[in-house]
Ligand binder design. Sequence first.
Ligand SMILES: [Fe+2]
Length: 96
Amino acid sequence: MLSDKLQKSLNDQITHELYSAYLYLSMSAHFEAANLPGMARWMRVQAGEEQAHGFKFFDYVNERTGASRCRPFPSRRLTLARPRPSSSRCSSTSRM
Ligand SMILES: [Fe+2]
């Protein structure tokens, strides 16, 4: 059995983990649109990791009390700067 305080904290953490996954997924879409598939793939992997964290907390709480709560995400606007064009990136040989 979890204390009310611990259960609330774990439920808050579930929200944070899943919100992080959502932010990473948003960044993945941003990089995909900017034709940066490697960055998009990396962000998507991060989204999956955060989702897995959230599910672990979710399962942990459910196994002990059956009282996981899915709360709404905080209302924030995500603004991503436009990435620099890929032609401006330095190659490893240009720095030598
Ligand atoms: Fe996490």
